[in-house]
Ligand binder design. Structure first.
Ligand code: ATP
Ligand code: MG
Length: 339
């Protein structure tokens, strides 16, 4: 079992990132070790170049993300934690795969359409070829399992298509160059919605700070944001069915359940019939309790530049060693001469 997953160092990590992605990393690092495999978690700093960015901010948020991941329980002794920029094989393999990826395949990617919006001509080439880099990210390590959110499923399909075509075109059937990775979709429907709009996902790029809980928020900020979270005037129902058509209420109950390890029905068994005047403070306190140790650890680590650099350097060295045989095999399969 080899699990590979990446996260972009753009903006401040929030509760949605934690419940939808980071918390699962902690589980995967243990599962992979138990299965005698590896779990690679990388900071996708090369991907961040696909959108306009500020170099000083990218630099700072890359280091902050390392601190966040470790504060959330990613253990650099268990997982291989690194950033792409220190493993040149990601960019190299992307170029080698550019010969296999087809324009038509990339033209069908919905993320490019979403993120480029109306300004297709002004979008960067990096935004268009982003899925090929993503394919390189996982194929480089012969990943067997790739945890992805719903939004990334299409890109993983593309990685499989690229791997399959490359194997067909340049490798013999009994010695394929690339492993076809399988997606792992998080078991709980971990899609946390905005606190201001139950129809939009909680997101770093939402201009409203009140729409999300950041992992670095202090207790006062958390309580304030939960108190101000949009709701309706009805008390909570006693069964999950009663939350249909109540997106905001449903989201808050979902967050409570995800944090407390309870099903929706379990949460409603406790709070059914209660109004938000009772439920919101309980949710706020649970959030504060859950995030307190994370933010304490984050604050401790975030300015320890030496420790953060050392974590990334060690992870990158391990990643370079794991990726080297596949990169060599790819050059060789393509007929390139390398001494
Ligand atoms: P952006 O708005 O810039 O796209 P984001 O908030 O979506 O930022 P990403 O860095 O794109 O954050 O995502 C990092 C990880 O967090 C991904 O695995 C993604 O699926 C997951 N994730 C992001 N938002 C949520 C959410 N609201 N609920 C659950 N998981 C989420
Ligand atoms: Mg996103």
């Amino acid at each position: 079992m080899r699990v590979v997953s990446g996260i972009q160092p753009t903006g401040k990590p929030h509760l949605g990132n934690y419940l939808g992605a980071i918390r699962n990393y902690v589980k995967f690092q243990d599962d992979a070790l138990a299965a005698g495999g590896e779990c690679l978690i990388f900071i996708a700093d090369l991907h961040a170049l696909s959108m306009p960015h500020n170099p000083a901010e990218l630099h700072a948020s890359t280091l902050e993300l390392v601190a966040t991941l470790v504060a959330c329980g990613v253990d650099p002794d268990k997982a291989i934690l690194f950033n792409q920029a220190q493993v040149p094989a990601h960019a190299e393999l992307q170029w080698l795969l550019n010969g296999t990826a087809r324009m038509g395949w990339l033209n069908r990617m919905t993320q490019f359409k979403d993120k480029s919006g109306k300004n297709r001509e002004g979008a960067s080439i990096a935004l268009f070829t982003y899925p090929v880099l993503q394919a390189a990210d996982v194929l480089l390590y012969q990943a067997t399992h790739v945890p992805v959110g719903e939004d990334q499923k299409q890109h993983l399909e593309l990685a499989r298509d690229i791997a399959q075509k490359f194997n067909n075109d340049f490798a013999s059937e009994d010695a394929p160059v690339f492993t076809l990775p399988d997606p792992i979709i998080p078991p709980e429907a971990a899609r946390i919605m905005s606190l201001r709009d139950g129809g939009a996902k909680m997101s770093k790029s939402d201009p409203s700070e009140m729409s999300r809980i950041n992992l670095a928020d202090d207790a006062d900020e958390i309580m304030k944001k939960i108190k101000k979270a949009k709701t309706d005037p009805e008390p909570l129902p006693s069964e999950a069915k009663g939350l249909e058509e109540r997106a905001e209420a449903s989201n808050l109950v979902g967050i409570y359940g995800a944090l407390a390890g309870k099903s929706t029905d379990g949460v409603l068994a406790e709070f059914g019939g209660q109004g938000f005047g009772v439920f919101k403070p309980a949710l706020g306190e649970l959030l504060v309790e859950t995030l307190r140790p994370i933010s304490a650890r984050f604050v401790e680590l975030k300015d320890d530049r030496e420790a953060l650099d050392a974590i990334l350097a060690r992870g990158a060295a391990r990643a370079r060693a794991l990726g080297a045989p596949t990169l060599d095999a790819t050059y060789k399969a393509l007929g390139l001469v390398r001494g």
